[in-house]
Design a protein around this ligand. Structure first.
Ligand code: FES
Length: 105
């Protein structure tokens, strides 16, 4: 399946993704500019992304933990999510994300 990622410079990347992987892991493994300091434990918010509005409804809503962590970041928008909390599955083939400036290394 494919994950479409716009990086902080506005360049779009088509990344091959595997079911069951976190979107954060896919981006990190393909060398995107994402810090993901806590390694996916929902404890750092340095994997912050903006989700294409058309895809928002297809995602499982953010947990209270994720919302609390997003509250610690200055550049959030309505479509902000932590990419380590997005598990890739068939329905998310073609998911479009944009890396937030605050996720840069
Ligand atoms: S990698 Fe730390 S919250 Fe996602």
């Amino acid at each position: 399946m494919i994950l479409l990622v716009t990086d902080q410079d506005g360049v779009e990347h088509r990344l091959e993704a595997l079911e069951g992987w976190r979107a954060m892991e896919v981006m990190r493994d393909w060398g995107m500019n994402i810090r993901a300091e806590c390694g996916g434990a929902c404890a750092c918010a340095t994997c912050h992304v903006f989700v294409d509005p058309e895809w928002m409804d297809k995602l499982i809503p953010a947990s209270d933990e994720e919302e609390a962590m997003l509250d610690t970041v200055a550049d959030t928008r309505k479509n902000s999510r932590l990419s380590c909390q997005i598990l890739m599955r068939d329905e998310l083939d073609g998911l479009k994300l944009e890396l937030a400036p605050s996720s840069a290394k």
